[in-house]
Design a protein around this ligand. Structure first.
Ligand SMILES: Nc1ncnc2c1ncn2[C@@H]1O[C@H](COP(=O)(O)OP(=O)(O)O)[C@@H](O)[C@H]1O
Ligand SMILES: [Mg+2]
Length: 392
């Protein structure tokens, strides 16, 4: 097929031609944003799911919605260091500068900037954020993160309200944030939620994310839903496969779609990758993608995935970590018991504790239940077996 027109687009956070199967989340978020703007309650979302299911594109979709509703939006991506407060402060600084730029009630935004400045001064290295106003102490500089965030969000929520606008902060890769900080974030947002101020957060992370406890847990359940974003069912996958081609006047044989569903298991990233390769391999000018095209593209797609999608996650792993992952793969695609992994590696779970912790910290695995482990990347077991074929 014409390679220039290839409408499939594998890539982290890349918007697909057809965002299939996510209309519930998008509709719910639209309603919430609208309600917050008119001073009503609304539940935002913490999306959870494996890598490559479409959490980031959904967060991006939320930010587009926010823009459509006249919100000010900022995005934060947490990295392996797990640092949240300073990134959040930097995002809130941008929010307030945008509000300040509106000049409508600039003094409100200025005051909020002063509160933000006082907050940043409580953070290690926070003074490096360039905020050109005098610090306003008292509201957000006690050093207690939950209380300070509450003060800060309230200040910003009031400033947004004074400007007849709302604020949405999207936070991706939230699973890297330590649970205590996540709890502080939720506690902090709770006050603005009670005051029905137009400020909210939408988050995304791996399945290990919602493990907050106590008071934060009950607040979180009131303020957020936790949609589990997963693979697409056959109908949804078929739309994701067919519609991009249809737009270019190309059709897929039924058999080819069935085969695509088989090899991708409905995982969005894989649909994009296998779709791209099948498109490239299909005979130019024929106007149709056949089952044989999919079959022939499988090895190419797998090579692409192995050297990209899968390999980027394993680049920094050490030998014992790779051995651990390989042993997990031996035990199957789903949830495995740490004790079984240890048995295979002829070690005790205590001996392997640090390796297991390192893999959890790198978010290659998560722990769905005590003493159980699963991969955070779909079909990772198959990749490990290709990468390290021989298991002693
Ligand atoms: N609903 C969907 N339908 C079709 N393709 C999708 C869908 N959601 C995501 N994708 C594609 O899957 C890939 C991974 O999406 P991404 O948002 O980065 O996943 P995650 O953040 O969960 O790791 C991207 O190439 C994206 O275009
Ligand atoms: Mg993502």
């Amino acid at each position: 097929m014409d390679q220039v027109l290839n409408p499939y687009n594998p890539g982290a956070g890349t918007r697909p031609y057809e965002l299939s199967g996510r209309s519930d989340e998008i509709t719910a978020m639209g309603v919430t944003l609208q309600r917050l703007l008119i001073g009503r309650n609304g539940r935002s979302q913490f999306l959870t799911g494996l890598r490559g299911v479409g959490k980031t594109v959904l967060l991006n979709e939320f930010s587009l919605l926010a823009g459509n509703h006249g919100y000010i939006h900022e995005h934060i991506e947490i990295s392996e260091d797990g640092q949240l407060p300073k990134r959040l402060a930097a995002a809130l600084r941008k929010v307030l500068l945008k509000l300040d730029g509106k000049k409508k009630v600039a003094d409100v935004a200025r005051h909020a900037l002063g509160v933000l400045k006082a907050f940043t001064l409580t953070l290690p290295d926070g003074s490096s954020l360039n905020i050109d106003v005098d610090a306003v102490s008292g509201a957000a500089d006690s050093g207690d993160l939950a209380g300070d965030l509450a003060g800060l969000f309230e200040e910003i929520g009031r400033a947004a309200k004074a400007h007849d606008t709302g604020v949405l902060i999207t936070i991706d890769e939230l699973h890297y944030v330590p649970v205590g900080v996540l709890e502080a974030l939720i506690m902090g947002l709770h006050r603005t939620n009670q005051l029905t101020l137009p400020i909210t957060i939408a988050g995304a992370g791996l399945p290990s994310l919602p493990a907050v406890t106590g008071e934060a847990k009950s607040y979180a359940e009131r303020m957020f839903t936790f949609p589990e974003i997963g693979s697409l069912d056959f109908e949804e996958a078929a739309s994701a496969i067919l519609l991009p081609a249809e737009a270019e006047g190309i059709r897929w044989e039924d058999d080819a779609v069935a085969r695509m569903y088989e090899v991708t298991q409905g995982y969005p990233y894989f649909i994009q990758e296998f779709g791209k390769q099948a498109w490239d391999i299909a005979e130019a000018g024929s106007g149709v993608i056949r089952r044989g095209d999919v079959d022939r593209s499988v090895p190419l797609a797998i090579t692409e995935l192995d050297t990209g999608f899968f390999q980027v996650r394993t680049g920094k792993t050490k030998d014992p970590e790779r051995a651990y992952l390989r042993a997990m793969a031996e035990l199957g695609p789903g949830i495995v018991k740490s004790a079984d992994v240890a048995k295979l590696l002829k070690k005790t779970t205590t001996q392997l504790g640090p390796v297991r912790d390192a893999l959890l910290k790198k978010a290659l695995c998560y722990s769905p239940r005590f003493n159980e482990l699963a991969f955070t990347v779909p079909m990772f077991d198959e990749f490990m077996k290709r990468w390290i074929p021989d298991f002693p």
